[in-house]
Design a binder for this molecule. Structure first.
Ligand code: COA
Length: 261
């Protein structure tokens, strides 16, 4: 497995775990770490041995405490747009991955860290987590898709409140708001819950799973008729070998063996 300076990668049971590893900076995303995330996601998307991903942070304190503020402080009007667009593009590649991605949130998920978690398909969090978009404290706004995805996930009223106050969201509130799917007891439980859910998903027909992701994402693509996308994808599923296998296996009262074809 390729080595990165600020990421740890491990592949087990077809699940690639990507750990952001700058614990002394609470795993803040400097430009190198962001570049490495981009590379790691591409690697996972291209590699047939990888069927799913977990993104997490190193140590017990933080998932990712945001964009690296020492780099952020250097931005000006000219450079800031590219900074935001680059982060948005990388997080879109996570959201658009047809392989499922879980954010295993193990501590502070602030700013770019909250945005990273929100770009993943499912979020599971330990009890010590604090989510938030505190950019207004720095005189700026979320730039890696936070204004859009937080609104999609928790609704306009609460999203506006949290992004205008910069308040942090604790685990119970995150669960209540639907920002996270599950609460884990501790770090071991976090990783095992994440792996159990991915194992369940990996048992299903991969093309169908990928199309579910794409059709749900289509809800938020304003230039697209999601119902049309759903009908097209439904039709595409029906020409797959896995559709024949899934339906046949049901009729023959046996477990299906999906191949992703
Ligand atoms: N960028 C750069 N460095 C960061 C960082 C960030 N987003 N978040 C934390 N760090 C660094 C701190 O500067 C400190 O480094 P140092 O030891 O070299 O001084 C180290 O990580 C530990 O953080 P510290 O602030 O001492 O921990 P804490 O427990 O007192 O507070 C937080 C934790 C998360 C509340 C606090 O670090 C924080 O507010 N971070 C910024 C969050 C933020 O605004 N994110 C959005 C950025 S757009």
């Amino acid at each position: 497995m390729q080595k990165f300076e600020n990421l740890l990668l491990s592949l087990e049971d077809a699940i690639l775990t990507i750990t952001v590893n700058r614990p002394d900076k609470l795993n803040a995303l400097n430009s190198q770490t962001l570049d490495e995330i981009e590379e790691a996601i591409q690697l996972a998307v291209d590699n047939n041995d990888v069927k799913a991903m977990i993104i997490t942070g190193s140590g017990e304190k933080a998932f990712v405490a945001g964009a690296d503020i020492s780099e952020l402080a250097q931005l000006n009007e000219m450079t800031a747009r590219g900074f935001a667009e680059k982060g948005q593009e990388i997080f879109q590649s996570i959201e658009n991955s047809t392989k499922p991605v879980i954010a295993a949130v193990n501590g502070f998920a602030l700013g770019g860290g909250c945005e990273l978690a929100m770009a993943c398909h499912i979020r599971i969090a330990t009890k010590n987590v604090k989510f938030g978009q505190p950019e207004v404290n720095l005189g700026v706004i979320p730039g890696y898709g936070g204004t859009q995805r937080m609104t999609q996930l928790i609704g306009k009223s609460k999203a506006l409140e949290y992004m205008m106050t910069g308040d942090m969201i604790d685990v119970n509130e995150a669960y209540r708001l639907g920002l996270i799917n599950h609460i884990a007891e501790d770090h071991d439980d976090l990783m095992s819950k994440s792996k159990d859910i991915l194992a369940k998903i990996m048992n299903k027909a991969p093309l169908a799973v990928g199309m579910v992701i794409d059709c749900v994402n289509a809800v938020f693509r304003s230039d697209e008729n999601g119902y049309q996308t759903e009908a097209n994808s439904f039709s595409n599923c029906c020409k797959s070998k896995d559709f024949k296998e899934g339906t046949q296996a049901f009729l023959e009262k046996r477990k299906p063996e999906f191949t992703g074809e």
